[in-house]
Design a binder for this molecule. Structure first.
Ligand SMILES: Cc1cc2nc3c(=O)[nH]c(=O)nc-3n(C[C@H](O)[C@H](O)[C@H](O)COP(=O)(O)OP(=O)(O)OC[C@H]3O[C@@H](n4cnc5c(N)ncnc54)[C@H](O)[C@@H]3O)c2cc1C
Length: 283
C-alpha cells in the first residue's frame, strides 16, 4: 500500500487503497473504466489526507501528462505539470500573465481544481480550456463550464484534469524575472516558506480582517497540538513541527474556527482540500 504522506507537502496522511502513476491519456481512461472511486493528486501542496487512509484509486500524473509546450501565445501543459516549470517555459518564450503562480508550489491540475491564485491573478484569468477525463468520457471544458470563482471550481473527484491551455501575452523575460523575484521576496517576508505546510488553511472571510490577521488577534500564533503548530510567522498556516498527524492539524483548525466564531462571529471556511474520511466538527 502506498503511504500518501510521501506525496503531501505537510507530510501527513495514510495509505491509498490503490495508487497508480499513469503517463498518458489512454492510461488514465483505462484506469477510470475500472469503476473504482478515483482521486487525483498533484504535488500535495493543498491537501490534508486522512490518517486512516483513502478508500480510492489515487492517481498521480506522470510522463506526457506533465509535458509543457508553447504554441504562439498559448501555453499547453499536462495536468501534472508543475507551475514552476510552466512559468519557466513561459518566461523563456517571453510570455507573461502566469507570474502570479510563482509562489504556488502545485501543478496545473491542482491550480484549476481550486482556481489557485495570488497577488491579484488566478487560473481563471489565463485558462482557455481544460481537457478533463471521467469514467464516461473525455472532453474540453471552458472556465465557465468549470465554474471557476474565488478558490473554487466545480470539479469533483473522478474528474481528472489531463491538460490545459493558458493564454498568455508577450512580456520581456527580464521583466518577468524581476516581477517573480519581487513576489518571492514578498512571500518570504510574510509566510513560513521554509517549513512543511499546505498553504492557506482558511479562505479569507468577508470581514475587514484576513483569516491570518483574525487568528493572530485570537492569540493563536505558535499554538501547538501534537506535532502540528500554527505558524509563528503567519497564523493562516499550519506547520509540521515534527511528527505531525492529520488529526493534529484538524484539531488546530477546529480550535481556530471556534475562536474566530467566539471572538468575531465569523465562520471560517477551510481552503485546504480534504482527502479521505475527514470532517470538521460544526463550530
Ligand atoms: C507554501 C505554500 C504556499 C501556497 N500559496 C498559495 C497561494 O498563494 N495561492 C493558492 O491558490 N494556493 C497556494 N498554496 C496551495 C497550493 O499550492 C495550491 O492550491 C495548488 O494549486 C495545489 O496544487 P497541487 O498540485 O499541489 O494539488 P494537490 O494539493 O495535490 O491537490 C489539491 C486538489 O486538487 C485536486 N487535483 C490535483 N491535481 C488534479 C488533476 N490533475 N485533476 C483533478 N484534480 C486534481 C486534488 O484531488 C485535490 O482535491 C500554497 C501552498 C504552499 C505549501
Amino acid at each position: 500500500m502506498t503511504d500518501l504522506s510521501r506525496y503531501t507537502t505537510l507530510g501527513t496522511g495514510g495509505p491509498a487503497r490503490e495508487f497508480a502513476q499513469p503517463t498518458s491519456v489512454v492510461e488514465v481512461e483505462e484506469l477510470l473504466r475500472r469503476g473504482l472511486p478515483v482521486a487525483t493528486i498533484g504535488l500535495g501542496s493543498n491537501l490534508l489526507v486522512a490518517d486512516e487512509g483513502v478508500d480510492a484509486l489515487v492517481l498521480k500524473l506522470g510522463g506526457e501528462l506533465t509535458a509543457v509546450e508553447i504554441d504562439g501565445d498559448v501555453l499547453r501543459a499536462g495536468g501534472g505539470a508543475a507551475n514552476a516549470v510552466c512559468l519557466h517555459r513561459a518566461r523563456e518564450a517571453g510570455l507573461g500573465g502566469f507570474e502570479f503562480a510563482a509562489a504556488i508550489p502545485g501543478t496545473i491540475g491542482g491550480g484549476i481544481w481550486m482556481n489557485g491564485g495570488a497577488y491579484g491573478g488566478d487560473f481563471s484569468s489565463v485558462l482557455v480550456r481544460a481537457l478533463v477525463a471521467t469514467a464516461d468520457g473525455t472532453g474540453w471544458l471552458t472556465p465557465a463550464d468549470l465554474g471557476l470563482s474565488y478558490r473554487h471550481s466545480n470539479l469533483r473527484h473522478g474528474q481528472v484534469v489531463l491538460q490545459a491551455e493558458l493564454r498568455l501575452r508577450p512580456r520581456p523575460p527580464e521583466e518577468i524575472k524581476a516581477v517573480v523575484r519581487d513576489l518571492n521576496a514578498q512571500r518570504k517576508a510574510a509566510q513560513p516558506t521554509n517549513r512543511r505546510t499546505f498553504g492557506s488553511v482558511f479562505k479569507n472571510p468577508d470581514h475587514e480582517l484576513s483569516a491570518g490577521r483574525m487568528l493572530e488577534a485570537c492569540g493563536l500564533k505558535g499554538h501547538r497540538i501534537g506535532g502540528a503548530q500554527i505558524s509563528p510567522k503567519h497564523a493562516n498556516f499550519i506547520e509540521n513541527a515534527g511528527g505531525a498527524r492529520t488529526a493534529d492539524a484538524l484539531a488546530l483548525m477546529t480550535e481556530a474556527r471556534r475562536r474566530a466564531l467566539v471572538e468575531y462571529g465569523v465562520e471560517l471556511v477551510h481552503e485546504v482540500e480534504f482527502l479521505g474520511p475527514i470532517e470538521l466538527p460544526p463550530t
